[in-house]
Every structure is written in C-alpha cells, then in structure tokens.
Design a protein. Structure first.
Length: 329
C-alpha cells in the first residue's frame, strides 16, 4: 500500500479508501491510485481485511445435488447476486443426504470462514442433524418448509400447482392425473398436495398419482403407464424434465398431445418452448429466489438479527401448445 501511495503521489489512507470503495475520493485521484495499483500488481489482502473488519465477504452454500434444474438455477442466481454485493461464494455439496454429512458440511463451512450460509436442501435433515452453527452467522434456507426454524425463501409451489390444475379443468377435462416428484422432496409434496386439494375443491375424482424422481427417464416410464389409462386426458407433471419423458412415452404409444392428452409441467426451463409440442408450464423465478436469499443473509449480517418465516416468490402459468380441450370437447 505504501508503494502504491508513493507511485500515485497520495497518502496511504487515500489508497485504503480507493481499495475499499469508499466515497469521498475525487475521480482524478481515484484514477491515479487505480493506475498505480495496476502498474505495481497490487491486490488488497483479503485475509488482512478479514482480520481487521471481522468480515470474510464470503457466503457458504450447502446443497445436495447439481443435477436438478432448480438447484442449478438457484445457485447461479445466488452467485450472481453475491458478486453484485461484493461477496464470493464457497460451495459445499453434500454427497450423500445423511445427517452425518449435513453436520460435517456445517463444520467444514465454519472452518472455511464464511459470513453467512444459504442452504439448498430438504430441511428435515437439517432439523434432525442438530448442527451447531457458528455464532453471529446468518442462515437462509431455499425451497423448504423450515419457516419456524430459519428464514426461508421459496417459490409459491402450491399456488403454481393450483393454477396448472385449474387451467386444465377450465379447458374441460373431467380430472387431472399427476406425475409426482420424489416422496422425500418438500417441493414435490407441496405440488402434489395442491393438485389433490384443487381437484377435491372442484368435486372431481382424484386419480392415483404416479411417482418419478425428477428425471426425464422416470417421466418416460411413468408415461408408459399413463398412456395405457383410457380415462387420462390431462396430466400435471411436477417438473419439466419428467414432462419431457412423458411426452416421448405418449408419442410412442400413439397418444397425441394435446388432441388426446394435455400436459402441463413445472419450472419453465429454457428448453420448454422447444419441446414437441411446446410445453405449457409453471414459471419459477429462480433469479428472484437467489436475490432474496442473498439479501436475507446480508440483512441478518448487517442488523445482527435472527430472522424466521417464509418469503414466497410468485409463480405464473405459461400457456403453450401442450394443453388443450379434451377429445370431443
């Protein structure tokens, strides 16, 4: 810092202000300092900053898998939002979803020196793990039902599911079948519960759900079963990947979409409009989820307040070519 100050002809205090982005430095002086930093290859020492300020400017992320659309897009949004706030992220995937692995992940993050933690996982493991969090650390959980224990940010899973089912009923279908997600997923549970409740409220028969594992392959296998159900004219799939497999199975079995069977998905992945036919689906705003997760942990850091409760990000139905009236309507 002293070398930069000498090269720029300013005080070390001015170099510190420029380095930390403080206002009050005139533009010409700021440019002199930045030019001197570049010439000398100067980079602020983050470890020294952390010792002085008590902040590491790093957010730890714990998650189970990068194989699902929701996790990848939420993580991308978190990383972007954190960078905009001047924070880095430390990613710690949990290889096997067990209580011991969750405990170990929190321990490792504590050792890696982070200011806050965002958790993207099924919260029943988080609750059961009896983890010991580092003091004065903010925690936000994405996609869970942990509002009484932690601050939660999630999309409106139930609202989006109700809108999907009502859309199909409004087209004239007598009932709606459901291609559900994994039994241990809270997101899948909320979508299935809303599907069932919407049918019951409308006085419609509730068909037995067919379960998949979020993958297109599981959707294909489920679709082979649903294609053999003569009364199945509409299917609400719990995610777009399973809907993709379902479309393939219906095509192979000669069930035209949407002339014979309508299909609605959930997620609105970038490829959804390129399916054959283009997929009607529930759009989730993953970017907004990521922004609110980062804003939540930083707010806790800055106010030293522990937050609880759930923030829901609205969803919306995107109607495309895979849904239409039932045969003969």
């Amino acid at each position: 810092m002293a070398d930069v100050a000498r090269r720029a002809g300013v005080s070390s205090q001015t170099v510190s202000r420029v380095s930390n982005g403080h206002p009050g430095v005139v533009d010409a002086t700021r440019r002199q300092v930045l030019d001197a930093m570049k010439e000398l290859g100067y980079r602020p020492n983050s470890a020294a900053r952390a010792l002085k300020s008590g902040e590491f400017r790093t957010i730890g992320i714990i998650l189970f898998t990068l194989s699902t659309t929701g996790n990848v897009r939420t993580l991308e949004a978190i990383a972007t939002s954190a960078a905009e706030e001047g924070y880095a992220i430390t990613l710690l995937p949990v290889a096997v979803p067990t209580q011991d692995e969750v405990r170990g992940a929190f321990t490792r993050l504590g050792e890696l020196a982070v200011d806050a933690i965002i958790v993207i996982m099924e919260v029943h493991l988080l609750d059961a793990a009896t983890v010991s969090l580092p003091p004065n650390i903010g925690v936000v959980v994405a996609d869970s039902n942990a509002g009484d224990r932690y601050s939660v940010v999630d999309t409106d899973q139930a609202g989006g599911s109700r809108e999907a089912v009502r859309h199909l009923l409004g087209l004239g279908h007598r009932t709606v079948w459901h291609l559900a997600g994994p039994a241990d997923s809270f997101a899948a549970q909320r979508r299935a519960d809303a599907w069932r409740a919407t049918l019951e409220e409308a006085g419609r028969e509730v068909p037995p759900p067919v379960r998949g594992d979020w993958s297109a392959e599981s959707g294909y296998l489920a679709g082979l079963r649903l294609a053999g159900e003569p009364g199945c004219t509409a299917v609400f799939a719990a995610n777009d990947q399973m809907a993709l497999g379902l479309l393939r199975a219906l095509h192979e079995r000669g069930r035209a979409v949407p002339a014979e069977v309508s299909v609605v998905g959930f997620d609105d992945i970038p490829e959804a409009g390129s399916f054959i036919p283009p997929l009607t689906t529930v759009h989730q705003d993953f970017a907004e989820v990521g922004r609110r997760c980062v804003a939540g942990v930083l707010r806790q850091l800055r106010t030293d307040a522990v937050e609880r409760g759930t923030t829901l990000v609205p969803t919306r139905l995107v109607v495309r070519g895979s849904s239409g009236p039932p045969p003969g309507a």
